[in-house]
Structures are given as structure tokens and as C-alpha cells.
Design a protein around this ligand. Structure first.
Ligand SMILES: Cc1cc2nc3c(=O)[nH]c(=O)nc-3n(C[C@H](O)[C@H](O)[C@H](O)COP(=O)(O)OP(=O)(O)OC[C@H]3O[C@@H](n4cnc5c(N)ncnc54)[C@H](O)[C@@H]3O)c2cc1C
Length: 415
């Protein structure tokens, strides 16, 4: 009998298994994948996410072989905000975008080294129950015999198509359709640093350096243009980059060489699912997902696996019952992620509402507010302060923003 079984051992599951094992709990973590292995992701990690890796003693391993990024180029149509957040309180002054083949392997190894039992290549096919409560998992390695394992708590860290969520019937209580598709791949000869550039026809290109001297180049458009794009994705990538930044477009044409296949994907929808119940919980994309546009999936997976681990530890050690800690987990996750979730849903539409247009435009006109903007993006500057009415009013005054265009309250209304 395990204390906790974790289904899925990537950026949500492995940290949870690692943290609980480090607290002395008996943990089993399973994944149908083997590691190292890739998964769809552009793997940008914000400073806040890197802070978790540092506190777990894993940042040096992740940063080795992955170039630090200390300058970000963010544009939305004609609004340009170049810069970087100040170093975090724990001294993180760079962003890293490690390949998932590297990152996930480090995490799953850390879970094992911390004392969790890890079974790779194990597919969960169903849950065991004691009355109304989930009591374990059943599944198999490859075509092997079915096996059953029992635990006090089963956590689904098994992504957006979570079998745990399906089996327990976890209801979605907030959601909106995803706006975009993505095509991305890896390139040689791309040396223009980090760009997150949106506009000129509801499209985006993003680019950042990663392991093995390669750069990731990604493009996004609205989903209704997916079919057309598929006929010639290389030409489509070039067209989007040319339209957003002709100079970078010329450099891509002259020196860029794609060295891996494209990864095309229609994004899963934005949602929050009921994330706890008798004998079960959900973490990472299994419980809460938002458009990858803002690159917050990994950072949030770290953040809320730490939160869940702390609360599960309280219950397993007898301090407070699961009936108290699990509702707190979901409440805290939703409260702490509310602003990122709303911002992501809005700006991933590839057009800005009048509110975000005026806030970003004004921020781009103030050096110190641009710093705060990058602090917000990095997860270091509190959203309620950044978007506070008094702060925005002061910003508009400082940059002498046209009075008619000043928006201090987010009504969520589109242009
Ligand atoms: C195209 C794209 C780009 C993205 N870019 C970024 C980015 O730049 N930055 C960022 O922070 N986030 C990004 N994200 C989001 C980020 O990748 C996810 O939020 C993150 O991977 C979620 O982690 P997870 O551990 O919850 O789930 P996953 O990474 O989905 O892992 C789930 C694991 O569960 C396992 N599993 C599933 N079902 C079973 C089963 N039945 N039995 C056993 N194992 C099972 C799977 O094999 C898998 O290993 C992106 C996402 C996409 C799709």
C-alpha cells in the first residue's frame, strides 16, 4: 500500500513524487512514456518556475548546456517592449528554455533519487475503488500482465487527456475554446535571441535558443487557418516572420535551417476541472490548462505541484484531514492563477482588447513600468499591483497618455 500514486511523471508529476518522497512518504509514480522522451511544448520557463527548480536543487542541471536568455523582445502589433525583469529574490537573472527531453528526464530521475518508485512504460487503464473512494490504479507495462497498486491518494498528473479525470468524472467548471494552432521546429543558424512577436494579421512568431546550439521557432495563427497552412508549412513560417519583422525574416531565409520535423498542433481548450475528490486529486494540465501563448504551463505545474505536495504532506502526517487540505489546494490554485488565466485567454486571441492595448502601450513608454511588465510576465511582480487602478492611473499620467484612451478597469470587452 502506497501513500500516494502519481500517474504521469513530467513537469507536474515528477516534482510532486519527488517532494512527497523527500518528506518520507511512500510514493509510486508511473508513466506510459519512457525517459528521455519529447512531448509537445515550446518549453519556455519563467523566472518564477526556475525558482522552484533552484529550491529543489535542480536548476544547475537544467541550465547546463542550455543558453541563458537575459533580454526579451516582446511586441504586440506596433507596441514594442524590449527588456528583462530584475533578478528574482533568489538571484535568478535569466530565462532558460530547456528541451523537454532534457528537463523531464532530470525531473523523473530526481523523483527516483528522492525515493519514489518509478515505473516507466506503464499505462494506467483504470482506477480501483473502495466504495466511493479511489483506492489505486490498474494498468500494464506494454503487453504485460495487468497489475494493480493501491494507495491512500491517486494523483492524476497525466495531462489534458487525463485518464484519472475521465475515470472520476471530474467536471469542468470554467473554460473557453482555444484560439490557435501552432507549428514549431528547431533551427540552426538562428541567433537573434528571444522574440515573442504578435500581430499584423492575427498571427505570432516566437523564437528562443535551447540546447544543442539550436533555436526553437514557432508560429501561431487562428485555428480556422490551420488547413491552408498545412499545405506548405515552411513557406507559412517564412511568411509570418516576414510580415511581423522583415529584417528577421531575411535572416531566417538566409541563415536559418530547419533540422527537425515540424510539430503541428491545435491547442487544447482552456479549462479548470474539479481537482480533488475522495482518494484522488489532479495536478498540472490534468486539472487546469490555459493556452500556451504565455508559456505558463511548466511554471504553473511546478508551482501547484509544490502547493499540492505541501498540503498532502499535512494530511498524510495527520496535521489536517484531506477534507480540509484538498479544497484549500483547489481554492489556492484558482486564486493564485486567476490573473494569468484571464490574461492568457485574452491575449492569446491574437488581438488586444482596448484595456490591454492601452496598458501595454503605456507600459512600453515607461522604462521602469516596462521592467514591471517583465516582472509580471516572469511571475515576480504581483498582477493585482501591476493592474491596480492607482498604478495604472499613475502610469498614464507619467507617460502623458491620451485621456480618451486610458483604461484602468478590465471589462474583458473586445475591440
Ligand atoms: C505546443 C505547446 C507549447 C507549449 N509551450 C509551453 C512553453 O513554452 N512554456 C510552458 O511553460 N508551457 C508550455 N506548454 C504547456 C506545457 O507543455 C504543459 O502545461 C505541461 O507539459 C503540462 O505538464 P503535465 O506534467 O501536467 O502534463 P504532460 O506534460 O502532458 O505529461 C503528462 C504525462 O502523463 C502521461 N500519461 C498520460 N496518460 C497516461 C496513462 N493512462 N498512463 C500512464 N501515463 C499517462 C503521459 O505519458 C505524459 O508523460 C506548451 C504546450 C503545448 C501543447
Amino acid at each position: 500500500m502506497y501513500d500516494v500514486i502519481v500517474v504521469g511523471t513530467r513537469v507536474a508529476g515528477s516534482p510532486l513524487a519527488m517532494l512527497l518522497a523527500r518528506q518520507g512518504h511512500r510514493v509510486l509514480a508511473v508513466d506510459r512514456a519512457s525517459f528521455p522522451s519529447d512531448t509537445p511544448s515550446t518549453h519556455y520557463i519563467h523566472q518564477a518556475g526556475l525558482g522552484f527548480l533552484k529550491s529543489w536543487g535542480l536548476l544547475d542541471a537544467v541550465a547546463a548546456g542550455c543558453p541563458p536568455i537575459r533580454h526579451l523582445n516582446f511586441t504586440y502589433t506596433d507596441i514594442a517592449i524590449p527588456g528583462m525583469a530584475d533578478p528574482s529574490a533568489d538571484g535568478i537573472d535569466a530565462v532558460y528554455c530547456p528541451r523537454r527531453t532534457v528537463l523531464d528526464k532530470i525531473l523523473v530521475d530526481a523523483a527516483g533519487e528522492s525515493g519514489a518508485e518509478v515505473i516507466e512504460g506503464f499505462t494506467v487503464t483504470g482506477l480501483l475503488r473502495d466504495g466511493d473512494s479511489v483506492a489505486g490504479i490498474r494498468g500494464r507495462v506494454g503487453d504485460g500482465p495487468e497489475q494493480e497498486f493501491r494507495a491512500k491518494l491517486v494523483v492524476g498528473a497525466d495531462g489534458s487527456n487525463s485518464i484519472v479525470a475521465k475515470e472520476v468524472g471530474a467536471a469542468t467548471y470554467e473554460g473557453s475554446p482555444a484560439a490557435c494552432f501552432i507549428y514549431y521546429s528547431y533551427y540552426e543558424g538562428v541567433d537573434w535571441g528571444m522574440h515573442h512577436r504578435t500581430g499584423f494579421g492575427e498571427q505570432q512568431f516566437a523564437s528562443w535558443p535551447t540546447n544543442d546550439d539550436l533555436a526553437l521557432v514557432a508560429v501561431m495563427r487562428k485555428r480556422d487557418r490551420f488547413r491552408d497552412f498545412r499545405t506548405d508549412p515552411d513557406a507559412g513560417v517564412q511568411e509570418i516572420v516576414d510580415q511581423i519583422d522583415p529584417e528577421i525574416g531575411a535572416r531566417l531565409r538566409e541563415t536559418g535551417k530547419r533540422v527537425e520535423p515540424f510539430r503541428p498542433m491545435l491547442y487544447p481548450d482552456n479549462y479548470r476541472r474539479q481537482s480533488f475528490g475522495p482518494g484522488w486529486a489532479l495536478v498540472g494540465d490534468a486539472g487546469y490548462h490555459k493556452d500556451p501563448f504565455t508559456g505558463w504551463g511548466i511554471t504553473d505545474a511546478f508551482k501547484y505541484s509544490q502547493l499540492l505536495a505541501d498540503l498532502v504532506h499535512e494530511s498524510l502526517s495527520g496535521a489536517r484531514p484531506f477534507a480540509e487540505t484538498m479544497p484549500e489546494y483547489q481554492r489556492e490554485r484558482d486564486a493564485q492563477s486567476a490573473s494569468t488565466y484571464e490574461l492568457t485567454q485574452s491575449i492569446s486571441e491574437l488581438t488586444l482588447t482596448p484595456y490591454y492595448d492601452s496598458v501595454f502601450r503605456a507600459a512600453s513608454m515607461s522604462e521602469h513600468y516596462s521592467k514591471k511588465f517583465f516582472g509580471l510576465i516572469a511571475g515576480l511582480y504581483p498582477p493585482d499591483k501591476f493592474f491596480g487602478e492607482a498604478e495604472l492611473t499613475a502610469l498614464y499620467e507619467e507617460v502623458n497618455f491620451p485621456v480618451a484612451d486610458r483604461h484602468v478597469v478590465n471589462t474583458g470587452v473586445s475591440a
